[in-house]
Design a protein around this ligand. Structure first.
Ligand code: AMP
Length: 298
């Protein structure tokens, strides 16, 4: 694809962003929106491409949202290669980026509170409670809050999210329904390395041997999928197999390796489709998540 000649316009305040969105929508153009925390890879870029093929104008946000990180997590060391991100987006022909500062998004952040932010937060729906929500209790509150704030600034017609963060897509879809937000949510497939490893901004933390070890994550998901497609319905049997594959690769620190209903994340003993196989585990000090969705088997 040729390098776009058009320079990217970077909006830093909600007012600038909103002004542009109003103008764009008034001109009858459909806005696609890809929210990211930067450190862009082909997974992010696949969302951008999808948006570009569906809509008239794509806005990408780059913002490392502090309220979705717990105090012991990697907020300060999260990769922020901003100039390179802009170059990648420019190569794709993206013309508009929203990159606000913390002061813009959370102006009251200096107020003492549990999250370090004294302002309004979105209480996430029930589907946020298990899995990521159980291990990272304030995570989805932070996600829902920033997604709503970004939607309000960008005013998109369609917003693009990756299946990579499967539970996040359920939380956002439910929030959109519950709060009557006028935006369509489009979930896009997981982009993987040839080896099967799901692309993630956090993969930069992995050494070569970590990467080899991490392959067991996608392998155990594939095995779980095969078992379900072959007719296995007992959750315990599937989980045991997943755990065994991870442990054989010496992945010891497993938050969950399991299967759930893909609509509710409920976990009956007998699994029905659509189902989602989910893993969160540490490889070295890096926490990786991945999943496979098995649509309804006929
Ligand atoms: P992040 O920058 O990690 O917040 O991710 C921004 C968006 O990119 C989210 O909707 C993610 O689910 C999506 N994403 C991250 N990794 C991948 C991947 N490997 N394939 C597809 N989408 C992804």
């Amino acid at each position: 694809m040729p390098l776009s000649q058009e320079k990217i316009e970077v909006f830093q305040t909600c007012e600038e962003m909103l002004h542009f969105s109003h103008k764009t929508r008034a001109a009858g153009k459909k806005i696609g929106f890809v929210p990211t925390m930067g450190a862009l890879h082909d997974g992010h870029l696949s969302l951008v491409r999808q948006s570009q093929s569906d809509t008239d104008l794509t806005v990408v946000s780059i913002y490392v949202n502090p309220t979705q990180f717990a105090p012991e997590e990697d907020l300060s060391k999260y990769p922020r290669p901003f100039e390179r991100d802009l170059e990648l987006l420019q190569e794709l022909g993206v013309t508009h980026v929203f990159a606000p500062s913390d002061d813009v998004m959370y102006p009251k952040m200096t107020v003492e509170s549990e999250t370090g932010y004294g302002g309004t937060l979105v209480h996430p729906p029930e589907v946020a409670k298990s899995f990521e929500g159980q291990r990272r209790p304030t995570h989805f509150q932070g996600v829902a809050t920033i997604v709503l704030k970004l939607f309000n600034a960008v005013q998109p017609d369609i917003a693009y999210f990756g299946q990579k963060d499967f539970q996040q897509t359920l939380v956002v879809e439910q929030m959109v329904k519950d709060l009557n937000l006028p935006v369509k949510i489009q979930v896009c497939p997981i982009v993987r390395e040839e080896s099967g490893l799901a692309l993630s901004s956090r993969n930069v933390y992995l050494s070569d041997s970590d990467k080899t070890q991490a392959l067991a994550i996608s392998q155990c998901l594939h095995e779980a999928e095969n078992m379900i497609r072959a007719g296995q319905t007992r959750r315990e049997v599937i989980e045991n197999k997943m755990q065994a594959i991870l442990q054989a690769a010496d992945i010891q620190n497993i938050d969950y390796a399991t299967v759930a209903c893909a609509q509710t994340l409920g976990q009956p003993d007998e699994i029905k489709t659509p189902a989602v196989c989910l893993v969160a585990a540490y490889v070295g000090n890096t926490r990786l998540i991945d999943n496979i969705v098995i649509e309804k088997l006929t």
